[in-house]
Ligand binder design. Sequence first.
Ligand SMILES: *Cc1c(COP(=O)(O)O)cnc(C)c1O
Length: 232
Amino acid sequence: MTPSDIAQHRNQVLARIQAAIEHAGRPAGSVALIAVSKKQPAEAIRAAHAAGQRAFGESYLQEALDKQALLVDLSDIEWHFIGRIQSNKTRQIAAHFDWVHGLADLGHARRLSEQRPASRPPLNVCLQVNLSGETSKGGVAPDAVGALLEPCRELPGLRVRGLMTLPAPSEDETEQRRPFRALRELRDRLATPDCPLEVLSMGMSDDMEAAILEGATQVRIGTAVFGVRSTD
Ligand SMILES: *Cc1c(COP(=O)(O)O)cnc(C)c1O
């Protein structure tokens, strides 16, 4: 895609987000777009950045580091790690990202906290919840989130911002909304005044409307912004 294609697709996504916000009767600006740039070249990120995009999501650590090195001049990018976390990768994730969305393991949480450079603010994290019962998608079971949240809240290098989910795809909006609603209800049960879990990271290119209707505050959109990925 050309830079102008990317700018145009991004505008279409922003319009879809805006329409869903209005449909849901939610306040303007209550949903942030994370542009998922995995398997896209650094030039695609540069084009989206020129169009005004600042938050980018990456799933594969080495690929992300390679692109970050090419984009050091774009110092205001907010980098979100949305991939699967491996223990031997936590140091670089902690050093090179602003957010981590798929936290589902206390050992990983401890490492990320310990390895977060002291020069940087605490790493923003979302706990990943598995709501479609698919073990392959990662995340902790809903009834185990509280037990993960408690110790994570105490880790000085982390700031627990909310919950994330990645449900199995569905064509049907009622089906799509079910896990998103369940994530919101779980958040409402676990939120406390000093840990409000204000972020709900849910919704992708094909189900962002359903997610926004159920309260998403961050949607992670790849294909609808950048076009189809070469490989995945
Ligand atoms: C790839 C990916 C997305 C974006 O998916 P699209 O369907 O391309 O919008 C969102 N979240 C996660 C965790 C992903 O891995």
